[in-house]
Design a binder for this molecule. Sequence first.
Ligand code: ADP
Length: 320
Amino acid sequence: MSISILFSLVIYKGITLEVERSLRIQQFRLYRETHPFDFLSPDRISVDTQLLDDVEGRIVLTLLFINLGIWVISGAAGYFLAGRTLRPIQQMVEDQNRFITDASHELRTPLTSLKSEIEIYLRGKNHTKEETEQLLKSNLEEVDNLQILSDNLLQLTHDQQSFNGKVSLEKIHLEKIITEAARKIKPIAAKKNIFIENNVKEYSISGDENSLEQLFIIFLDNAVKYSPNNTKITVNMEHIDHSVLVTIADQGIGIAKKDIPHIFERFYRADISRTKQKESGYGLGLSIAKKIVELHDGAINVKSTLGKGTTFTIQFTKLG
Ligand code: ADP
């Protein structure tokens, strides 16, 4: 605004001086035509002040309109650009608020259950040893749940930091990472008599070791959680074009078509009634998985048939 005012002042001064000079020359020519032998200096010729005032008035008016136009246009452009710049920040703040609300909501459930169990216990008297044991066991379960939730929340923050470029990527042998993840999941799978067939090959990618192990643990853990007893989970690897594809296929309950677009959202759990409630987690696993895969410039694809099973395909393009 001040620049346009400054320019206007300069333009005004320049134009008025020029107009005055032209009027003086014009008057001087007229004077010379009527008085050819009078050698008067042009500076001594008086100009028509009425005309000069008129011209100055018009210049001021024009400059005022131009300035007004510039202010309106720059104001509108500023408003539009500020809106565009602020939108991602606004989105991030909304996202964070939603995350805090969801996380608090999830934390409240085990805490309420823990609190009410202890309160009921304290109201009673002469508890038997078995009753006390039962209460402590149940409390421990809730504490375990809270621990899983806080671990998941921490993992999400860690992945966000990695996502912001704070973790350095190194050469990772996928077969080692997947075998290690499968080794960790095998005891849980064994409880349901689920066999993990591991057909890994020696492919390497560029990535973060801990995040990648976490990624395969999430998929294998889900495959076990959402599969009935005596089934099989198959892990395969393929090298296609310039990418490595890892597929994890189970023979579990499957995911309904309507749920597939949402399963990667934080705290989303598909129809709990289809699963045993205690088996379902906090709906954070796949959102963590998605973050990790994004960190590795990869992609996840899901194919699922209700009652038959689910196949997750993870594509890595940053080969090591
Ligand atoms: P959760 O902790 O509930 O398992 P996830 O984010 O890992 O949360 O998964 C989100 C939802 O996607 C789960 O609640 C479940 O309904 C569904 N899901 C994930 N993996 C599988 C699978 N292999 N088979 C069937 N359903 C699955």
